[in-house]
Design a protein around this ligand. Structure first.
Ligand SMILES: *Cc1c(COP(=O)(O)O)cnc(C)c1O
Length: 223
């Protein structure tokens, strides 16, 4: 199947519950243009440098999602154009996003990355750290970021039961946190999006409440 057909198939399977982010890391601009010419405009990259390079070469009506670990010193390169940052894992990073967004008079949509996997290598906040961050006085001063949801990466395992449990756990926390943030009346928090699910598990993720799936190899082939 072609790239366009793969996208069509996945979108049909997840609509209307979730939106597709096509993960294009390591793939050439020609492949992105194939998807773009078929009308697709939502792309995810995990590295700042690669995203900037593709942003410069591609049409400007694209939604760029930063899905990988983000270093504070690189925020400035994506601040002018990034649509959403999925990988906020510290107050320090959020403060830098806020500072850079302010330079461009922007409010950048952000997701807090929550640690849900069994592995030690994955980035992310614990549930406790998430509440601490949102309750802090420092957070309340940030006017150029909006927390629109949570992101999680399940364990890299074939054990479907475990992956489903991790998705269920994140959805449960999402619901609890939503109630809590509404009670706290935090004006820059509006939890709408739950970013979970990749090529191998996006259908399961949507069953468990995902609103944004990040799919790469199932569209563009293996890397
Ligand atoms: C690469 C990547 C994906 C997509 O992975 P596939 O298995 O190719 O679908 C999703 N999320 C993040 C954070 C990634 O780095």
């Amino acid at each position: 199947m072609s790239i366009a057909q793969n996208i069509q198939k996945i979108e049909a399977a997840i609509a209307p519950r979730a939106k597709l982010i096509a993960v294009t890391k390591t793939k050439p601009v020609e492949m992105l243009m194939e998807a773009y010419n078929a009308g697709f405009k939502r792309y995810g990259e995990n590295k700042v440098q690669e995203m900037v390079m593709k942003y410069e070469q591609m049409p400007k009506d694209i939604e760029w999602h930063l899905i990988g670990h983000l270093q504070t010193n690189k925020v400035k390169y994506i601040a002018p154009f990034v649509a959403m940052i999925h990988s906020i894992d510290s107050l320090k990073l959020l403060q830098e996003v806020n500072k850079q967004a302010a330079k461009y008079n922007r409010v950048i949509d952000c997701l807090l990355q929550i640690f849900i996997a069994q592995e030690e290598t994955k980035f992310g906040l614990s549930e406790e750290e998430t509440k601490e961050l949102l309750a802090s006085e420092d957070f309340k001063t940030l006017k150029n970021v909006r927390i629109v949801g949570l992101m999680g990466m399940a364990s890299n395992t074939d054990d479907e039961t475990q992956v489903r449990q991790e998705f269920k756990g994140l959805k449960l926390f999402f619901n609890q946190l939503k109630t809590w943030t509404v009670d706290c009346q935090l004006p820059t928090v509006d939890l709408q999006e739950l970013s979970m699910g990749m090529s191998g598990d996006y259908l399961m993720a949507v069953e468990e409440g995902s609103t944004l799936v990040r799919v790469g190899s199932a569209i563009f082939g293996s890397r």
